[in-house]
Design a protein. Sequence first.
Length: 191
Amino acid sequence: MKAILICGSPRKGGNTEQLLTRCMEGLKKGGIHAEILLLSEKKIRPCTACCGCRKTMDKTCVIKSDDFNGMLQQILEADIVVAGSPVYFGSATPEIMSLLDRAGYVSKANGGLLSRKLGGPIVVARRAGQNFTFAQLLFWFMINDMIVPGSTYWNIAFGREAGEAQKDEEGLKTVDRFTENLIWLAQKIHG
């Protein structure tokens, strides 16, 4: 089994990446090959709603001038997809939404390529906006017919400066339980 964790933060080594790393390490301990994709190292243009993916139906986006299609292939090869974002003015970062919007369009244009993959969101907030951002990402998983396990709370933690989220004990426990539930569910589904 394979998991892809997408870090939507433009800051390397920040709280979002740290929480995703914690999740990734837990998945690895559970026997799942896992890796993080850092959007801070990629260029992803926003979706233009050109519907070119509906015309070609070749599991790619017609925009070829960025890193999207390579990342999409990694997502499609994964059994588990986790999307992480810090809160920027009450919503997910433009970087992660550009990737997810385009992935959703290509998936839908090709009969639901993301359908029944496992996954869910992880969100980091300085002070507020986490519920909206969590819901924004969760809606993406749900509209793509994906399976999202719960946890002891929403998969959120608080912190602004790198490392501050590591002090949020409840946030860390929530991410750990979410990770455990991903592993449990993957084992139930894939044996």
